[in-house]
Design a protein around this ligand. Structure first.
Ligand SMILES: [Zn+2]
Length: 87
């Protein structure tokens, strides 16, 4: 078998794409770490092989909230499964 990964950009047609990633980012203003668990916090129609933003939100108190973006890239690769790996 031979697999060629073309790395073309494409969009996953999933309105609520949940994925096993945990993304942590510090609020640029308070330096407080905000954690996003992408198993719960879905990405809508994610782009593959093309950078996109994850939006972060930090509510420091009743009057102040901070918002910022982190640029990420989702890679999908097709590989031959190692023999005996059925996990
Ligand atoms: Zn903040």
């Amino acid at each position: 078998m031979e697999i060629e990964n073309l790395n073309d950009r494409f969009q996953i047609q999933d309105k609520r794409f949940k994925s096993p990633f945990i993304v942590k980012s510090k609020c640029p203003e308070c330096r407080v770490e905000v954690v996003k668990d992408m198993r719960d916090d879905y990405i809508g129609y994610p782009l593959v092989n093309k950078p996109f933003d994850i939006h972060f939100y930090h509510e420091c108190d009743d009057d102040n909230e901070h918002e910022w973006n982190e640029s990420v890239i989702l890679r999908v690769r097709l590989e031959a499964a190692p023999s005996g790996d059925e996990s």
